[in-house]
Design a protein around this ligand. Structure first.
Ligand code: ATP
Ligand code: MG
Length: 592
């Protein structure tokens, strides 16, 4: 095993761990109280000292399936909570009424569990829905109005846009900015009561229309939307904006470290502004949650944008959200990728603030490393041609022994029947060998792995010249593991299965969905970069031990790569296998 194949031992340090170390060292969070569920400041104060040293959260919007980028965030947030004696909450950020559904909630929950995490801490289940916080959010909005920190704006959307200013030009105050507290409260309550149509009024924070950071130019915090919400039904016709809702969600849940991707960096001043106003008003208690940003995962040879993933599924370029070629977690699972491989990947790529691209081979190598350690070895012939052993008696067979893992003798051995007719790979025979070819060609000796040494004596061909069978003679005193077997020195070592005993099965050879590192680079249509050979379905010949395996059992097919029994299409005694990844990276070579 090379160094690169050792799993990461201690988690590597990173800037977020340094921040947490410093916070815990300074005792920043020891005074926090927790009542056992989300609540505002006074409610939490009535609780117990928070048993969680830190609280982090993973806050997906239930409007799509999780992808490899989310896996980075999940491993980070749940991993930090685990390592620091803290809790990580799974929070569905479902404050946007239009796009969300139960289907996504279920798929996301299952994917986070599949990655090896849960949201239990100290006997409590930290699974939350932001839409359950609408009452608090509404009250906090009223508190902002009462404090003179928010107003109802009735400008048209065009005027609001025009008055917002630009990066180099200050914005202009809305003519409604000077409304009295009483008028603002009255209007906001009537917005809530459903008196106004969508878009006629909006509640804005009152900060500074000349702020260099445009996000502080009186951002919108509540809008009118007369739509049904999957959780709250028709209770509400006003909904909080994400930038208002998110900091409040964090505060209600006692989150200490709110970790998000870099594009939210410019929102951090508003995050702090809002929580401090609410703390000043007595609705929240300090220390307040703090936001930290890290760079999102950019991975070569895939697309991680929700819009593009939806297009691939809707236009049927793939078979569905769990197509093994998609970079979704449901796809990865069917592909045979492992949760441990993702965790290793997250450790290896680390967490930084600088944008960078990670090559797909890094993720694939993490899967190889984990599978190399955990997947038993088996034999499969993917492109079969008959090998006939002319001097082996017809109707006879005998058992050969093969180790389940070459480096793990404790995993034992299994037996493979050997007989007169075998399947070997078509590419393991050449009538006229090329230079350096050590496999079967007339006159050459090779070892049939775990079996006998054979000498090639010729082949059969059909009318078109295709090879239909290869003929050999075997050396009866050469059986692997018997005395004297080593007397034969051969360069080729081939895998095989007995034709009479083999199990014929569908095998799906998956490869990368895109043929180029950056699909759709520039203005190019990303669909043009689809790899036309990303899926090949074949009928392979498998050793008998592969017949009775369970869904999601994983194996190394010797010389071919790692394969998994498809979790949906396999039937009892009839597994169908998906190729997870080849043994070596074939893309690195072809890219040169
Ligand atoms: P959108 O906002 O377009 O709906 P999203 O990918 O941001 O898509 P969310 O459900 O909001 O989806 O994401 C949940 C969490 O996952 C967020 O905290 C987000 O920062 C994180 N996340 C999303 N994409 C990546 C990525 N590529 N790398 C790391 N973290 C990511
Ligand atoms: Mg998002």
């Amino acid at each position: 095993m090379t160094d690169a194949h050792k799993p990461a031992a201690e988690p590597a340090s990173n800037f977020i761990r340094n921040i947490i170390d410093a916070d815990l060292g300074a005792g920043k969070y020891v005074s926090r109280q927790w009542r056992g569920q989300p609540g505002d400041g006074p409610q939490q104060q009535a609780g117990q000292p928070d048993p969680a040293k830190i609280r982090t959260r993973f806050p997906p919007e239930p409007n799509g399936y999780l992808h490899f980028g989310h896996a980075k965030s999940i491993c980070l947030n749940f991993g930090l909570a685990r390592d620091y004696g803290g809790a990580c909450h799974l929070r569905f950020d479902d404050t946007n009424p239009e796009k969300e559904s139960q289907e996504y909630v279920d798929a996301i929950t299952e994917s986070v569990k599949w990655l090896g995490y849960d949201w239990q801490f100290n006997g409590q289940t930290n699974l939350y829905f932001a839409s359950n916080y609408f009452d608090w959010m509404y009250r906090f909005a009223e508190a902002l109005i009462e404090g003179g920190h928010a107003y109802v704006d009735s400008q048209s959307a065009e005027d609001m846009r025009a008055n917002r200013g630009t990066l180099t030009e200050a914005g202009k105050d809305s003519p409604f900015r000077t409304r009295s507290v009483a008028e603002n409260l009255d209007l906001f309550r009537r917005m809530k009561a459903g008196e106004f149509a969508d878009g006629t009024h909006i509640l804005r924070a009152k900060i500074d229309m000349a702020a260099p950071n445009i996000n502080l130019r009186d951002p919108a915090i509540y809008r009118i939307r007369h739509v049904h919400h999957h959780n709250t039904g028709d209770t509400w016709c006003i909904y909080p904006m994400y930038t208002f809702a998110h900091p409040i969600e964090d505060a209600l849940e006692n989150i200490t470290h709110s970790i998000c991707t870099l594009e939210f960096e410019d929102q951090r001043p508003f995050y702090d502004w809002l929580l401090n106003r609410l703390a000043d008003a007595g609705h929240l208690v300090r220390p307040l949650p703090q936001q930290y940003e890290f760079s999102r995962l950019n991975l070569s040879y895939v697309v991680l944008s929700k819009r593009k993933l939806i297009q691939l599924v809707d236009e049927k370029h793939v078979a569905g959200w769990d197509d093994p070629r998609l970079p979704t977690l449901v796809g990865a699972r069917r592909r045979g990728f492992t949760a441990e491989g993702f965790q290793l990947f997250a450790e290896r790529i680390g967490v930084t603030k600088s944008d960078s691209w990670i090559d797909m081979s890094v993720l694939e190598d993490c899967m190889r490393e984990h599978l190399n350690e955990t997947a038993p070895r088996r034999i499969a012939v993917l492109d079969p041609v008959k090998l006939i052993i002319d001097n082996y008696p017809e109707g006879q067979s005998e058992l050969c022994e093969a180790p389940n893992h070459p480096q793990k003798p404790e995993w034992g051995k299994r037996t493979m029947p050997f007989s007169r007719e075998l399947w070997i790979e078509r590419e393991d025979f050449m009538e006229v060998p090329s230079k350096g070819y050590f496999r079967l060609f007339p006159g050459n000796l090779v070892r049939l792995r775990y079996g006998f040494v054979v000498k090639c004596i010729g082949c059969d061909k059909d009318a078109e010249g295709n090879i239909t069978a290869v003929h050999c003679e075997y050396m009866p005193d050469s059986k692997s593991g018997t005395p004297g077997a080593d007397n034969y020195k051969v360069k080729g070592n081939l895998h095989w299965v007995s034709a009479a005993h083999a199990y014929t099965s569908e095998v799906r050879l998956y490869d990368r969905l895109f043929a180029v590192p950056n699909p759709g680079a520039g203005e190019r249509d990303f669909l043009l970069d689809i790899n036309p050979n990303s899926k090949q379905v074949i009928q392979a010949q498998l050793e008998p031990a592969l017949k009775d395996v369970g869904p999601e059992d994983r194996f190394q097919f010797e010389r071919h790569g790692y394969f998994v029994a498809d979790r949906l299409d396999s039937k009892q005694g009839m597994p169908i296998f998906n190729r997870t990844v080849t043994l070596r990276d074939s893309w690195a070579k072809s890219a040169k």
